[in-house]
Write a protein that binds this ligand. Structure first.
Ligand SMILES: CNc1ncnc2c1ncn2[C@@H]1O[C@H](COP(=O)(O)O)[C@@H](O)[C@H]1O
Length: 407
């Protein structure tokens, strides 16, 4: 297939423009919700406990209450308002029950490859150790046996962990990597907390052992530790989560040579790191720069509009679907609606992020061939093989460079 098939991307527009024009009648190529649901999707940024439904939290609570009538914790359906999840999995049964529900939900949303992430946790009261927590999740993944969705696990280091705790998490990841289900490590948690320098050794060890590395990156405006973004990049991640407060990309001001943010941005683009973007999470949690001076931001302020035109793969993710109540199909639909991403371009977002998954080449090959087949069945002009799609990718690299120069 020639690059001529690639459709030029429209300029981003305002919500008023979108609402004011009847999209479907003008352009048959716009995705609807059904298209987004059926599109085979890849979820690379989902935290396990944040992905649990409220009903499941209630079930876990009731079971514990039956077994331990003196159990002193208020029913989460009463204690936790909708839109918030603050709940600990403290028994093997609850870990298994919650994991199964989360897998079922992603599968029924049309996810074909899932990388779930979680911070290993222990509860002395119930005898749950960090290792038992992880092995319970792994056995649930193994027994889930979906025909369509393959799942892998990322172990997350909490920014408030000690150096030793972080090393223990990496050791656990190394121990279970050989079975093929644990594929990487993450750094997450309160972005205002901790000094990331103490995690150097842990990430070095992860790298030496061929674990994938993804990091929550630039989630808040001022990093507490000077040069935090440089330090994080020195851990050699393949992927970055959120990547919000990197000033130049957010601003339309002209290029300021030598600016730290600009250097960081160039580095990310040069390395072609995959950017994991979570639209609803960033908007509802008010994580975006406050451009309107009224304390709120909208989807159209989201930096998706910058990244999807670059040569960095973009992986849309839900972050915490139990909290933000927007499944992955809806995240694709939101991207399409707010940034005028057409059917082919949505498909291509998924296709281009396949190489950023942490699973092995055979899994990448499976995903590429099923995406290509789906694209053809759905009359998208996808070409016959990976190579022809790569032609398109090359073309986009040039576009990305151009648009970066223009900002
Ligand atoms: C903008 N979103 C976010 N940013 C940073 N860290 C986040 C997060 N959403 C969740 N977590 C981190 O993941 C843990 C829950 O997953 P698990 O119980 O371990 O599966 C939370 O405790 C928090 O530390």
């Amino acid at each position: 297939m020639s690059t001529a098939h690639h459709q030029p991307r429209p300029e981003s527009t305002t919500l008023a423009d979108l609402i004011g024009s009847s999209r479907e009648s003008e352009t048959p190529d716009w995705p609807d919700e059904d298209f987004c649901k059926r599109l085979p999707k890849i979820e690379l940024h989902a935290h396990l406990t944040g992905s649990i439904r409220r009903e499941t939290l209630g079930e876990i609570w009731r079971r514990r209450k039956e077994q331990e009538p003196d159990f002193d914790l208020e029913d989460p359906l009463v204690a936790i308002p909708p839109g918030k999840v603050d709940f600990d999995l403290t028994t093997e049964w609850s870990v298994e029950h919650a994991t199964r529900q989360v897998l079922r939900d992603f599968e029924s949303d049309g996810v074909v490859y899932l990388e779930l992430r979680t911070i290993p946790r222990a509860f002395d009261e119930t005898g749950l150790t960090k290792e038992k927590y992880i092995t319970t999740i792994l056995s649930t993944i193994r027994s889930f046996q979906s025909e369509t969705m393959h799942t892998r696990l990322i172990l997350a280091i909490d920014r408030q962990n000690t150096k030793e705790e972080a090393l223990d998490t990496v050791e656990l990841a190394i121990k279970y990597k050989s079975e093929g289900l644990v594929v990487g490590v993450d750094l997450c948690g309160n972005p205002a907390a901790g000094d990331v320098r103490i995690f150097r050794e842990a990430f070095k060890k992860a790298k030496q052992n061929d674990l994938g590395i993804t990091l929550h990156f630039a989630e808040i405006e001022r990093q507490p530790i000077k040069d935090e973004l440089d330090i994080l990049l020195s851990f050699e991640p393949q992927r970055l989560g959120h990547a919000i407060h990197i000033e130049r990309m957010m601003s339309s001001q002209s290029h300021r040579a030598g600016n730290t943010d600009d250097r960081i941005l160039r580095e990310i683009r040069q390395r072609k790191l995959c950017i994991e973007l979570c639209l609803s999470c960033n908007v509802y949690a008010k994580m975006l720069p406050n451009r309107h001076g009224n304390g709120s931001s909208s989807f159209q302020d989201h930096h998706f509009k910058y990244w999807w035109k670059t040569d960095c793969p973009v992986a849309l993710g839900t972050d915490d679907v139990g909290v933000f109540l927007s499944d992955l199909s809806n995240e694709y639909y939101l991207a399409s609606t707010h940034f005028r991403v057409n059917k082919y371009e949505l498909w291509h977002l998924v296709f281009y992020s396949i190489d950023a998954i942490f699973a092995d080449q055979s899994e990448k090959d499976r995903l590429k061939s099923s995406l290509l087949a789906w694209g053809k069945e759905n009359n998208l002009d996808v070409g016959d093989d990976d190579e022809s799609v790569n032609e398109i990718i090359d073309h986009e690299d040039e576009e990305g460079e151009n648009s970066a120069e223009q900002t």
